[in-house]
Design a protein around this ligand. Structure first.
Ligand code: SF4
Ligand code: SF4
Length: 178
């Protein structure tokens, strides 16, 4: 999972966080000792950040994919979807950070079907759709989902395509950092 502060993007016209605060729950924010899976102590439920004017750069820089991409419909707003989408600026993997209060949110429709379509479109580009629940990662593939457990930032995910009698199949391996 990348440091969200490394994702530099700007909100699309008309997009605003409003009552959503989900990114204040699902990510680590070391500057305020906030741990992924628990609300940051500065979160004001449904109203935003109690230290908005002086919030860390980490928070200031982050805009989720719903904020930057106007083609994502209202159902993808994180407070409704119960997951926060972001694109890794280096690998271009899509990271789906799920609200641990609703760990199966990504398996609901219309979300799961769309994640599968993104996975099918991304795999040939060697980009992947990764679902994170706290620090545990699952790779969404066109034909199945592969739970890899807890990865460190230095671990790598390798997906290999093989041709079978019914068409391409995929193998996933986590390469653990030494
Ligand atoms: S998850 Fe997205 S919409 Fe929600 S508060 Fe964070 S940046 Fe705003
Ligand atoms: S400091 Fe504010 S913006 Fe940053 S995680 Fe905490 S509540 Fe959210």
């Amino acid at each position: 999972m990348p440091d969200p502060a490394t994702i530099v993007a700007h909100p699309a016209p008309g997009r605003a966080c409003g009552a959503c605060t989900l990114c204040c729950k699902v990510y680590d924010v070391p500057a305020v000792e906030s741990v992924a899976g628990q609300w940051c102590c500065h979160t004001k439920a449904g109203r935003g950040c109690a230290i908005h004017a002086t919030r860390p750069d980490h928070c200031r820089a982050f805009h989720c994919l719903w904020m930057t991409e106007s083609w994502l419909g209202p159902e993808w707003k994180p407070e409704r979807a119960k997951m926060v989408l972001s694109l890794d600026p280096t690998s271009r993997n899509m990271n789906v950070q799920v609200d641990p209060g609703q760990p199966n949110a990504w398996k609901r429709e219309p979300y799961y079907g769309q994640l599968k379509r993104w996975a099918a479109a991304s795999v040939a580009l060697k980009r992947h759709v990764l679902v994170h629940l706290d620090k545990a990662t699952t790779v969404v593939l066109p034909d199945r989902d592969v739970a890899l457990g807890i990865l460190t930032p230095d671990d790598r995910i390798v997906v290999r395509e093989r041709m079978g009698p019914g068409g391409p199949t995929f193998e996933v391996e986590a390469i653990r950092a030494a």
